[in-house]
Design a protein around this ligand. Structure first.
Ligand code: NAP
Length: 456
């Protein structure tokens, strides 16, 4: 074994997932997958989810495939075992075995760690926060047609004003920065301001855009939308949009068409004989923002590979201003597929979208880096329910589905999606859904899991 642990033992069964020369995962039929149980309700939801995951794997593949689960530690269990909240063993296990899932973790008070979740992301460089949002039939939702929303949000996880580079009002650092900016850069920041910094880099942007586009290609999605406030924050969010398009055009040219290229090629199909200048007028009359002749010519140069019937098979890459995206999600949700956002926009958008389908309590999530991934329940530890076998395990269970999709075991995820949907439609739900549904009996966490297994 390449890695030695202080207090963990390598599992006796199962094989490690590895990575090939192209950086792609190589998944054996008996992969070792890691789990961190989590604090508070973590024990309840992990044991319920493990039953469903194992039953679905067996149902999908019989004896041909099996997961070897390996428990690693963070939070209170880690503190009891190691005297540390996030031991090096856990990080080493993730670096070695690459894929795992975690329950919620308490934020230690006064422990020198701001947040265990943030630390885990930073230590493992899990730069993409991925949040799929879809509707499960039967779930109580605040909108008329929740089933129209089916998006996956790729939120940049390491940069933006969200990264926490900030100084308190009145601190020497804040004063120094304000003084420098006002004097040297001729700005006029109020002297009684707190200061936060918003870095957005080419590196950070391109890797999140690449991850979003790879997902779109692998899952045959129709579009990728860059969500930004580039109209106002031109050199950060505007640059995010520009670098996103640049990456899409250089690394995914065969598979993608930008929305404006699509406009030209689609109009060309309907107006075969028009010159570029005439096409510019036709597009303008059709409501498109003005095109230059050069832009039209560049799009027409793609006709051979992207034009005619081929246009339909290309992933459309576009961008939307963040505030308008919130409206679009409510008014025309079915026009969107993959949303790629800087850190803060993605934080707001993920929860707003999850709420729209009634799924805030069962929203799944993942933090993904280069061939390393940690899937996670998106809610907290709900300490008042710890050990009562009462809460909804849906968030962790569905994060498990994302994990199975990530390792290419799509069949397992499909079975669980079907099982959950059927169980909710039968109104066999935990307390949180029961209180929103008429005539639903209240199931325990473990009973809900057993009902899903029955319905796989
Ligand atoms: P929380 O643990 O998410 O709980 C807030 C409320 O959400 C609960 O009281 C409960 O609502 C509902 N809820 C949460 N999980 C549920 C589930 N599985 N099924 C049904 N209902 C569920 O948020 P918090 O009270 O703000 O945070 C508690 C601790 O968790 C803190 O230490 C925080 O730092 C930590 N936290 C960890 C993570 C993470 O590890 N990813 C994320 C967020 C917070 P009702 O009371 O209405 O029943």
């Amino acid at each position: 074994m390449a890695v030695e642990f202080k207090k963990l033992a390598h599992p006796k069964t199962g094989t490690a997932i590895t990575v090939d020369a192209r950086g792609e995962l190589k998944v054996p039929d008996d992969p070792i997958l890691l789990f961190i149980e989590g604090d508070g309700i973590g024990g309840d939801i992990t044991s319920a989810s493990l039953k469903v995951w194992n039953a679905a794997v067996e149902k999908a593949y019989g004896k041909k495939r099996k997961v070897s689960w390996m428990e690693v530690y963070a939070g209170e269990k880690a503190h009891a075992k190691y005297g540390e909240w996030l031991p090096e063993d856990t990080l080493a296990a993730f670096r070695h075995y690459r894929v795992g899932i975690k329950g919620p973790l308490t934020t230690p008070v006064g422990g020198g760690i701001r947040s265990l979740n943030v630390s885990l992301r930073q230590f493992l460089d899990l730069y993409a926060c991925v949040r799929p949002v879809r509707y499960f039939k039967g779930t109580p939702s605040p909108v008329k047609k929740p089933e129209l929303l089916d998006v996956t949000i790729y939120r940049e996880n390491t940069e933006d004003v969200y990264a926490g580079i900030e100084w308190k009002e009145g601190s020497p650092e804040a004063k120094k920065l304000i003084d420098y900016i006002n004097k040297e850069l001729k700005k006029n920041i109020r002297l009684d301001s707190g200061i936060g910094i918003k870095p957005i880099s080419i590196t950070g942007t391109k890797r999140i855009a690449r991850a979003a586009l790879k997902h779109a290609v692998a899952r045959k999605r129709r579009s990728v939308t860059f969500v930004h406030k580039g109209n106002i924050m031109k050199y950060t969010e505007g640059a995010f949009r520009d670098w996103g398009y640049e990456l899409a055009k250089t690394e995914f040219r065969d598979q993608i068409v930008t929305e404006r290229e699509w406009g030209v090629l689609d109009m060309r199909k309907k107006n075969a004989g028009q010159t570029p200048e005439e096409l510019a007028t036709t597009l303008r009359n059709d409501g498109w923002e003005p095109y230059t002749t050069d832009e039209i010519k560049a799009a027409l140069a793609l006709e051979k590979t992207h034009g005619g019937d081929k246009l339909k098979s290309k992933i459309k890459v576009n961008d939307r201003i963040a505030d308008s995206t919130f409206q679009q999600m409510l008014l025309r949700p079915d026009e969107y597929d993959i949303l790629c956002t800087p850190n803060l926009n993605g934080d707001y958008l993920s929860d707003a979208c999850a709420a729209q389908v009634g799924g805030l309590g069962i929203a799944p999530g993942a933090n993904i880096g280069d061939a390393i991934a940690c899937f996670e329940a998106t809610h907290g530890t709900a300490p008042k329910y710890a050990g009562l076998d009462r809460v909804n395990p849906g968030s962790l269970m569905l994060s498990g589905c994302m994990m199975f999709e990530y390792i290419g075991w799509e069949e397992v995820a499909k079975l669980i999606y079907g099982g959950i949907e059927k169980t909710i439609q039968q109104k066999r739900v935990t307390y949180d859904f029961e209180r929103l549904m008429e005539g639903a009996p209240k199931l325990k966490c473990s009973e809900f899991a057993a009902a899903i297994v029955e319905n796989l």
